[in-house]
Write a new protein. Sequence first.
Length: 480
Amino acid sequence: FGSAAAQIQRNPAYSELNSDDVSYFKSILGDNGVVQDEDRVAVANVDWMGKYKGASQLLLLPKSTIEVSKILSYCNTRRLAVVPQGGNTGLVGGSVPVYDEVIVSLAGMDKIISFDKVNGILTCEAGCVLENLSTFVENEGFIMPLDLGAKGSCHIGGNVSTNAGGLRFIRYGSLHGNVLGLEVVMADGTILDMLTTLRKDNTGYDLKHLFIGSEGSLGVVTKISVLTPAKLPSNNVAFLSCNDYTSCQKLLLAARRNLGEILSAFEFMDHHCIDLAMRHLEGVQNPLPASQTKFYVLIETTGSDESYNKTKLEAFLLRSMEDGLIADGVIAQDISQASNFWRIREGISEASVKVGAVYKYDLSIPVEKLYDIVEEMRCRLGDNAEVFGYGHLGDGNLHLNIVSSKYDDNTLAQIEPFVYEWTSAQRGSVSAEHGLGLMKAEKIHYSKSPEAVQLMASVKKLLDPNSILNPYKVLPRSVL
Ligand code: FAD
Ligand code: 2HG
Ligand code: ZN
């Protein structure tokens, strides 16, 4: 358990669940929508890393917005705390209860509502799994504007609620830009219909943005309309090695300049990550087995003209090699090679949890400084832990994963608050894309001013006056 959770007391203002509550939920959801089976509830109580564990006795599976509304209206009146849950792939302890909060899973709301084939606008329920949506829109000649390693489990509602970044961010940007409309159920059960599919709509405050990235603390997202870019026919992936971090930075700048509009991913990993992936991911092959370099970069290009794009990428790689930015490299020759490259990059998280207890930091740092913290951490921790640095270099987003045999306060004290203070000193963000959840609710001040945090608390009190939605998460206790 993260030490943050260990220090939190259950808020006595919340009621405890009783049999009348369960009967009420059965009356609106039917027996199948009310899960008390210990094994099933146990799964929903634990996060993907096995790090955060709640003690909820009840998992609810609504099938419609009206049912979500009835659940929240009842919980608000009864002061029953609630944790909204999507695919439960979140990495900051936000998707599981801390104590006995009722878990409201959106898994039963997984219908595609409509697809506008002219404009590429998808409208669907929040519980749709990202990969299923990708498959659906790809069959229509479009792609989802986001992609992430958890695609097989995460829900679009969870993606919106965390404002997930991921592997296509460099090309298509944030969900704040791609989400056109939302339907949200507020804490008191009010259904807020903001489910527009318009590209342009400047009528008053754009309220949907409050819910994008609010991690289930302001409302439950039930429906989403999202802009999907056209699927372009030409896609190439290169796996490259660089001798030093300065070369990775220069390569990024060169890629932006020379690949321009076809650049669709620029991911980086240090050699510790490659070793980790080779040791713990089944069936992957090292694309550059002879390489002795410290850094690796995955570049993807996507465009409309196969021969033009291929020529452009090859010329770019050749020039970068001549300039000494790339030590070695290979372009995937077929889909299976390309997916092997991606599997290595996307599988680092999965590989790290196989080794031991993982302390995860998801930092936005100016690119010039981004790798310094990884090296500083190695010096601080010595043989106590393995340190892995990787991430979305094109977005200035480092994933710093520190793995030791178990979670313990001594290791944590070597890492925190140092990592947060260091990031704050660079005017970086202590959460680039994963959110604050339980892990970092008390750390928001490292990246946001007291005035901004105070205003967030006012918004929270306005929208959820009884604080039933995802308690103990996102905002510090001192302001609530
Ligand atoms: P959950 O984990 O279930 O919930 C996350 C948060 O959102 C919780 O606070 C929860 O209460 C809230 N929530 C969920 N659904 C709703 C809803 N309908 N309404 C209101 N609140 C809701 N993240 C990235 O940003 N980029 C990555 O590249 C990335 N890669 C990952 C790779 C792996 C292997 C894993 C395990 C995770 C990765 N993540 C990444 C983190 C995670 O997958 C994302 O945060 C994802 O968006 C969470 O979606 P989910 O459906 O699993 O949500
Ligand atoms: C990724 O980019 C994810 O692979 C997960 O955001 C990062 O596990 C992590 O720290
Ligand atoms: Zn990431």
